[in-house]
Design a protein around this ligand. Structure first.
Ligand SMILES: O=C(O)c1ccccc1NCC(=O)[C@H](O)[C@H](O)COP(=O)(O)O
Length: 271
């Protein structure tokens, strides 16, 4: 069993427990009370043809299978506010519990604290999780191509759009990019971390970004340690970067995001 399959097996068990306490009809009732989702495509520069700056998706990430404990994060809302002040365009909240130590409570806290779109970052493997994301105020969900059939990818993306949200459609190979493009993904992430082996290979972003046609926002996910990594991704076509570990371990994440944005903008202007 790959790491990804193992994570998803745990996600399904936890989901079954939540489904035993809340029906889909009850969840849909909660969704009806939510304010409309924010336009994350626009927030990430999707409507801006010039796309002169680099957008940052800043992640609230407590733990990871590859690195273990990353940060205590006593107050995810305070961290998210620092991200927003630093210039992040979207906040990503890892809600998976067993391997990442996250929760829907973290999502609630972050949603209440910031005025920018929030991504529920989880291993979406059931439509119920998309309804849950919206019920907890998320504006985006994550759809990992490697974890879904074409039919699931199509149906989950359609439900996401039906609920007024966007999806980061995550890829790791040329074939997965083709599948993301075929379903009409508007936000395509290239995760340089192989979720089956946990290997991080930053060079795959440069190798694969050219396979994404004009239109979708291109997001480089994982592996940002410093401005050199930011420059590398921006120089090779990233319009946004998704950063977790480097920010949660930094004493001054606000400054770090400003620095990443400045380095990214410079690299984009010299492309
Ligand atoms: O982070 C992991 O170890 C991991 C392992 C297995 C599946 C997913 C994993 N991470 C999810 C992510 O994609 C990252 O949290 C995100 O891209 C940020 O990465 P980083 O900046 O390297 O923390």
């Amino acid at each position: 069993m790959s790491v990804l399959q193992d994570i998803i097996a745990g996600v399904r068990e936890d989901l079954d427990a939540r489904k035993a306490t809340l029906t889909l009809a009850q969840l849909q009732g909660l969704v009806a009370q939510q304010r409309p989702a924010m336009d994350a495509f626009a927030a990430l520069g999707g409507n801006d043809n010039a796309r002169a700056d680099l957008k940052v998706i800043a992640e609230v990430k407590r733990r990871s299978p590859s690195k273990g404990d990353l940060a205590g994060i006593a107050d995810p809302a305070a961290l998210a506010r620092q991200y927003e002040e630093g210039g992040a365009s979207v906040i990503s909240v890892l809600t998976e519990e067993r391997r990442f130590g996250g929760s829907l409570a973290d999502l609630d806290a972050v949603r209440a604290a910031v005025g920018i779109p929030v991504l529920r970052k989880d291993f979406t493997c059931d439509p119920f999780m998309i309804w849950e994301a919206r019920a907890h105020g998320a504006d985006l969900v994550l759809l990992i191509v490697a974890a879904l059939s074409d039919e699931e990818l199509h149906d989950y993306l359609a439900l996401t759009h039906q609920l007024g949200m966007n999806a980061v459609v995550e890829t790791h190979t040329a074939e997965e990019i083709d599948r993301a493009v075929a379903v009409g993904a508007k936000l395509i992430g290239i995760n340089v971390r192989n979720l089956k082996t946990l290997e991080v290979d930053r060079s795959i972003f440069a190798a694969l970004a050219g396979n994404i046609p004009a239109g979708p926002v291109v997001i480089a996910e994982s592996g940002v340690r410093d401005v050199d990594d930011v420059r590398h991704y921006a120089a090779h076509g990233a319009q946004a970067i998704l950063v977790g570990e480097a920010l949660v371990k930094d004493a001054t994440p606000l400054e770090r995001i400003s620095e990443f944005k400045a380095a990214g903008a410079l690299a984009i202007s010299s492309r």
